[in-house]
Design a protein around this ligand. Structure first.
Ligand SMILES: [Zn+2]
Ligand SMILES: [Zn+2]
Length: 119
């Protein structure tokens, strides 16, 4: 027997016997002598697909949690710039580490980039 039976198990679709791969093109059932094409069998055998998700899991790469990203919201408020008199300032709020420090408001003038903070 030129081709090893150590390949993936293949079974005869008629009698269920294990098929022997007798050539690169055909397998043969030892019982009923059914000769399916190896291409069709092997195509089915390796028909499953490995998804990117499986690969990531294998490599131990987990999704970066959205919560890990720092969220800064910028908005415009009607406040006059102390430096250039621009009528609107961009403000971002940031929660300080300790709760009793409260939120610090950062004000940035979109016109002259003057920075100010408010507690
Ligand atoms: Zn058979
Ligand atoms: Zn300004």
């Amino acid at each position: 027997m030129a081709y090893s039976q150590a390949r993936d198990f293949m079974f005869c679709s008629f009698c269920g016997s294990m098929l022997s791969l007798v050539s690169p093109k055909y397998a043969e059932c030892p019982l009923c002598k059914f000769k399916p094409s190896a291409k069709g069998i092997l195509g089915r055998e390796i028909g499953y697909t490995i998804t990117a998700e499986d690969i990531r899991r294998d490599l131990g790469i987990s999704h970066v949690s959205e919560g890990m990203k720092t969220k800064e919201s910028a908005a415009l408020i009607k406040q006059t710039c102390k430096k250039c008199g621009h009528p609107e300032l961009e403000y971002t709020t940031r929660q300080m580490r300790s709760a009793d420090e409260g939120q610090t408001v950062f004000l940035v003038c979109p016109n002259c980039k003057f920075k100010d903070t408010e507690n």
